[in-house]
Design a protein around this ligand. Structure first.
Ligand SMILES: [Ca+2]
Ligand SMILES: [Ca+2]
Ligand SMILES: [Ca+2]
Length: 537
């Protein structure tokens, strides 16, 4: 009951804020107000690698107060304007106590790592975000803890002593030498000599045993602890590793695990990391939303199309149309989650460039898509970072380039040549109207003005052009077309050839080029500049 009252109060406050901000801003460029994304499934997600984002206390490590200090950059609370990026949901990389810089190996799931702050700072961040209608989800690795976690130490102690009645004896996944499962990685369990614990990522990341109901109960308690504090949901790490190689069992686990929580928190956001092909990902959608790995990385569908590879725009639009429809059939609250890169991938600016224009098209393809697209921090300023020959993931998680004296430093072990950062800092780009940062902010604000983009039903528009294609999108009585010219030259397509519906009026032009409709010989012609997209009605 208490939860319900709080939720209703929060809604009332949100509506009051939304009404106030709408009333205060009739001066949007098109006069069309942005749509409040509350309780829908189309928020723009911003992934923050907390230790590399913004440092509030001069120790070089990014922290929660650093994020609080940067809220006016992320979202100033005015959905119709301002000098902000306008993202609507923050995904924080793991914040729980952990020995590593990346913190995917948890020591204590109930404690904020002291390098990042404390629970009071988390509460303050949540309150600030919620007052601006920004949601916050926490990244949580349930599959494995740190080997320094007290649970693991008790588990090892119980095995060393042969104490089979100890409640931690079956807390982690373990096997005798002869019963180790094919394909799984194991390490020696304590001093037993004959027993091994499962550790598919690292020997320092022992895997919890989800056949043990006590482990399930404890982990639900962990999630509820943070939901009760005010977090809006979770990014679940490594969802397909709960039971290694057993998709059906994993999907059943996630359904069961989330059921009670979703009853208490119906608007809870879930995004799972199922690093797989689309057919396996769709199975997991029975339980939770998942990132779409087919559109990500240097040779994913967004990059292929954005780089202007022949016919790839039509591959992309057909895929998005099909996968979005399949996802919508799964659950009422299911949504597509496209992204270009994350903390485990080389940064997009290594293959989508500002100078050639493909970075602008990458943003358009990502953000003018259905569902909840994800921006990896720094992607909006075309920050670079790749593993390189030193083969370290830390290079993909470099300190955000604020350019204003922020004391945040690169994680330990990085080797990226900073002279390759040719696109400037946040400070530089805020001052340059043509910057990639201002482009991201513009596309996000356009997305907010056309609810059909995030929520609509998509149909691919294939002009038979190698570089120019798009979508016919319907949502309620709104019907628009989003057309992308991914090529490096201006192109003209015939809208009249496409179906009976006559798109003729350009509502928005998004990108470095220009656009116009109507030619001397054919009134249905659409001409679009390179790396530029248009929205038509
Ligand atoms: Ca710090
Ligand atoms: Ca704003
Ligand atoms: Ca596991």
């Amino acid at each position: 009951m208490k939860q319900k009252t709080i939720r209703i109060l929060a809604l009332l406050v949100t509506f009051a804020l939304a009404a106030a901000s709408l009333a205060g801003c009739a001066s949007g460029k098109t006069g069309k107000a942005a749509v409040d994304p509350i309780d829908d499934n189309c928020r723009v997600i911003y992934q923050i690698f907390v230790g590399s984002f913004s440092d509030s206390d001069g120790d070089g490590t990014g922290d929660l107060r650093g994020i609080i200090n940067r809220m006016d950059y992320l979202n100033d609370g005015d959905i119709n304007g301002g000098n902000d990026l306008g993202v609507q949901l923050l995904w924080l990389s793991p914040v729980f106590q952990s020995p590593s810089y990346h913190k995917y190996d948890t020591i204590d799931y109930y404690t904020i790592d002291p390098k990042f702050g404390d629970e009071a700072a988390m509460k303050e961040l949540l309150e600030l975000c919620h007052a601006r209608n920004v949601k916050v989800i926490l990244d949580i690795a349930l599959n494995h803890s740190s080997s320094s976690c007290v649970w693991f130490q008790k588990f090892v102690g119980a095995h060393n002593n042969g104490d089979t009645s100890n409640e931690y004896y079956d807390w982690y996944s373990w096997a005798d030498a002869d019963h180790r499962r094919n394909g799984c990685s194991y390490a020696k369990l304590g001093t037993t000599g004959t027993q091994f614990y499962e550790c598919n990522f690292d020997t320092g990341m022992p895997e919890l045993n989800y056949d043990n109901p006590k482990v399930r109960e404890e982990m639900e308690k962990v999630c509820r602890y943070w939901l009760d504090l005010g977090v809006d949901g979770f990014r679940f790490d490594a969802v397909k590793y709960i039971y290694f190689g057993e998709a059906a069992r994993n999907v059943a686990f996630w359904k069961d695990f989330l059921k009670g929580m979703k009853e208490s928190y119906p608007d809870m956001y879930t995004v799972g990391e199922c690093w797989s092909g689309n057919s396996e990902i769709l199975q997991y959608y029975d339980a939770l939303n998942c990132f779409d790995f087919s559109v990500a990385t240097a040779d994913g569908m967004i990059a292929n199309a954005a780089k202007g590879k022949a016919n790839q725009i039509n591959v992309f639009t057909k895929y998005v149309t099909s996968v979005n429809a399949k996802i919508r059939e799964k659950r009422d609250d299911a949504f597509f989650v496209p992204f270009i890169a994350n903390h485990d991938m080389d940064r997009a600016a290594g293959y989508l460039t500002v100078s050639a224009g493909s970075a602008f098209m990458g943003a358009n393809l990502l953000l003018l898509s259905p569902g909840s697209p994800v921006i990896y921090y720094g992607e909006e300023i075309a920050m670079k970072g790749s593993r390189g020959s030193s083969n370290t993931d830390a290079n993909r998680r470099l300190a955000m380039l604020w350019g204003d004296g922020d004391t945040v430093r690169d994680p330990q072990g990085t080797s990226f040549d900073s002279s390759k950062q040719v696109n400037g800092t946040v400070q530089d780009q805020l001052a340059d109207e043509a910057s990639i940062l201002n482009h991201y902010a513009k596309v996000i604000s356009i997305r907010g003005r056309y609810p059909a983009i995030g929520r609509g039903t998509y149909a691919a528009i294939d002009f038979g052009d190698k570089f120019c294609g798009g979508f016919d999108i319907t949502y309620g009585d709104e019907r628009i077309a989003v057309i992308h010219n991914t090529g490096n030259a201006e192109t003209t397509v015939d809208l009249g050839k496409y179906g009976a519906y006559g798109f003729s009026e350009i509502l928005e032009t998004v990108g470095p080029g220009e656009a116009k409709t109507g030619g001397a010989s054919n009134p249905h012609e659409l001409t679009v500049g390179p790396y530029t997209s248009v929205i038509l009605k």
